[in-house]
Design a protein around this ligand. Structure first.
Ligand code: SF4
Length: 293
């Protein structure tokens, strides 16, 4: 098999295993390239219909084009789309862009706390109504205990420590040094009741694999990834006050693939444009052990 077929096949296998083994499953969708590829793989795994909700944590500071792209695909692909957010922190302006806290605390409130409380159903969730195209308060507040996430091991140091099936405690905390082994593609899917599971079907994919697969499958991407004529493009998407574009002339998927193959970014971390990763000396691992994606 060609290498993209092998990656696709393993990811589809993990998605099907997750669906058969875990109840109350959902998939996180950040609207970025990785989780959009994961969504595409889920559509393939289940013959065009994604059988679990897509959950987006909306910090209210995402680049507006990302939200438009989310809602366009949610309607076109008939996705069971849900979003959650930390309304209280936003109303009280306890955020970094409002100048009232650090980036680390802002991420904890708008991402980690919002994620944990959206997943456990403690906070209001908003679900798309396909008849009106609008979001409505979701009456179902059952907790999601299995969460499929599109992280890649090569993307950032703490993500390289993940398992395909990774147990978290009831508060979403991650015991980095106490994880089950996964030898020879034998996956442990048998956990004590109450364990919250994160499933990572994209761990083996690289940034280049992702773009090659986007090209092969013609997957629609937010145009922010492409140079619009100003010599810049986003390599990784996030909140607009904290995410910077990279210098690049790549205007389409082919040119991004060529650019990656030149090694231009080989010594520059993919998330180098994300300012929150740099705070507090390795802030991302700290955030991730507390439940961040
Ligand atoms: S990325 Fe910036 S705006 Fe977004 S939650 Fe983190 S600190 Fe706040």
């Amino acid at each position: 098999m060609e290498y993209l077929d092998r990656l696709e096949s393993k990811s589809v296998y993990i998605l099907r295993e997750a669906y058969s083994e875990f109840k109350n499953l959902c998939m996180l969708w950040s609207i970025g390239k990785d989780s959009t590829v994961l969504l595409w793989l889920a559509r393939k795994a289940f013959f065009g219909h994604v059988p679990f909700p897509l959950v987006h944590i909306d910090t209210n500071f995402k680049i507006p084009e990302m939200i438009k792209h989310r809602d366009r695909l949610a309607l076109d692909w008939k996705l069971d789309m849900i979003y959650g957010q930390n309304k209280e922190a936003l109303e009280k302006k306890q955020t970094f862009p409002d100048g009232n806290t650090t980036r680390i605390n802002c991420c904890k409130k708008l991402k980690t706390e919002a994620l944990a409380n959206t997943l456990n159903g403690n906070w209001t969730r908003y679900r798309i109504n396909h008849d009106t195209g609008k979001y409505e308060i979701d009456k179902n507040n059952d907790p999601f205990t299995g969460v499929i996430v599109g992280i890649r091991a090569d993307e950032e140091g703490s993500r390289s420590k993940e398992r395909y099936f990774s147990p978290r405690d009831k508060d979403s905390n991650w015991g980095v040094e106490d994880q089950p082994p996964e030898f020879w593609n034998q996956f442990n899917t048998d956990f004590v009741p109450g364990t919250h599971i994160r499933i990572h079907p994209l761990l083996d994919w690289t940034e280049l694999n992702i773009w090659e697969y986007i090209k092969r499958e013609n997957i629609p991407m937010v145009s922010l990834y492409f140079n619009q004529g100003d010599g810049k493009r986003y390599r990784s998407l996030g909140c607009y006050p904290c995410t910077k574009p990279v210098e690049s002339t790549a205007k389409n998927v082919d040119e991004i693939i060529e650019e990656l193959k030149t090694g231009k970014f080989s010594n520059i971390a993919e998330r180098a444009g994300r300012d929150q990763d740099k705070e507090d000396g390795g802030g991302l691992e700290e955030l991730r052990t507390g439940g961040y994606m």
